[in-house]
Ligand binder design. Structure first.
Ligand code: NAD
Ligand code: UDP
Length: 335
């Protein structure tokens, strides 16, 4: 049985990935410092998978804690989710973001090197493409200077891994996520946004639940079908499954590093998302059209040819499932 270390495995994408790893027969150990998750997620994962999960509460910047883990366990691979992810917060606290996202990665890589562990899956983002003009974006679309310290930490992370992987035998896959949304169909795990959400889907579900009074659509004067921005929303369970595929691809790839877009390949406007939410859940949303949000790009969606062909992965869930599962999760939270 292969043993995988999952950093940040109690978080939103991490928890769904642990479920998929366990379902595929991997032995999983999670390290998480609970900075953006709760310890109870472990029991929820175990409830879904019917298997026990090893958890170490520790910070990946604590190299002693990491070394203690690597000395006790022989890992066959690492999936690295642990990072801060709020764009706005990163503008206010850039050092905190570089410390956690960049230094944390360096601490992890150093420990992997010391213990001879290869096969790293890294959470990157379509934010590295910035406001790309040629759509859909492929993996060779030009990377652009990031708009925020958070975005820069993803570009730096990719570069650091590229340099590091030149060490003989070290393999890594960079997954550039598009917009992860939804929740596990069991409604036992999902996203736990702290405070007022910045992202569209948690804002929609909280508005539907009466936690927020009204959703504002940020601009309807873009050059898109209905004037609202276009994103490639990807169900978090589909995204989780891509990590499992990436792990097995690590073993057979010839080069040291490879990069994949992980999206559906289909863009949806904000109004399409809202309309789908209302339709599949039979809920009316209180929303208004407001002005554009600074820093938003007009549209982005993925060319998924590479991930489809090489990883043998494609998204199974559509936007209706994403909205249904997001709402079921929110309703469980409000109980
Ligand atoms: P999340 O905040 O839900 O999960 C991150 C987990 O890492 C949390 O459980 C947190 O407690 C833990 N963590 C953070 N810093 C840590 C540290 N120093 N040591 C140990 N644990 C630590 O975030 P998520 O949405 O699951 O995102 C996972 C990864 O995917 C992140 O790297 C994020 O930047 C990236 N990503 C997320 C999105 C998105 O929209 N959610 C999009 C693209 C990329
Ligand atoms: N959005 C919106 N109202 C909100 C939150 C988001 O209209 O309250 C829009 C936002 O302008 C963008 C889309 O929804 O076009 C997705 O935003 P999100 O923050 O979820 O993802 P990102 O901008 O990072 O792609």
């Amino acid at each position: 049985m292969k043993k995988i270390l999952v950093t940040g495995g109690l978080g939103y994408i991490g928890s769904h990935t642990v479920v998929e790893l366990q379902a595929e027969g991997y032995d999983v150990l999670v390290v998480d410092n609970l900075s953006n998750s709760k310890e109870e997620v472990k029991a929820r994962i175990e409830d879904i998978s019917g298997q026990s999960l090893e958890l170490q509460i520790a910070d990946i910047n604590d190299t002693n804690a990491l070394e203690s883990l690597f000395s006790k366990h022989q890992f066959d691979g690492v999936i690295h989710f642990a990072a801060h992810k709020a764009v706005g917060e990163s503008v206010e606290h850039p050092v905190m973001y570089y410390q956690n996202n960049v230094s944390g990665l360096i601490s992890l890589l150093g420990t992997m090197e010391k213990y001879g562990v290869s096969n790293l899956i890294f959470s990157s983002s379509c934010t590295v493409y910035g406001a790309a003009t040629d759509l859909p974006v492929t993996e060779s679309t030009q990377i652009q200077k990031a708009e925020s310290p958070y975005g820069t930490t993803k570009i730096l992370g990719e570069e650091i891994i590229n340099d590091f992987a030149k060490h003989k035998g070290f393999k890594s896959i960079l997954l550039r996520y598009f917009n992860p949304v939804g929740a596990h169909p069991s409604a036992k795990i999902g996203e736990l946004p702290l405070g007022v959400p910045n992202n569209l889907i948690p804002y929609i579900t909280q508005t539907a639940a009466g936690i927020r009074e009204k959703l504002t659509v940020f601009g309807d004067d873009y050059n898109t079908e209905d004037g609202t921005c276009v994103r490639d929303y990807i169900h978090v369970v589909d995204l989780a499954k891509a990590h499992v595929k990436a792990l097995s691809y690590c073993d057979k790839m010839s080069q040291n590093v490879d990069v994949f877009n992980v999206g559906t390949g289909k863009g949806n406007t904000v109004l399409e998302v809202i309309n789908t939410f209302e339709k599949v859940n039979g809920v009316k949303l209180n929303y208004t059209i407001g002005s554009r949000r600074g820093g938003d790009i007009e549209q982005i969606y993925a060319d998924t040819t590479k991930v489809n062909n090489l990883l043998g992965w494609s998204a199974k869930y559509g936007i209706a499932d994403m909205m249904k599962h997001a709402w079921a999760w929110q309703q469980g939270l409000s109980d």
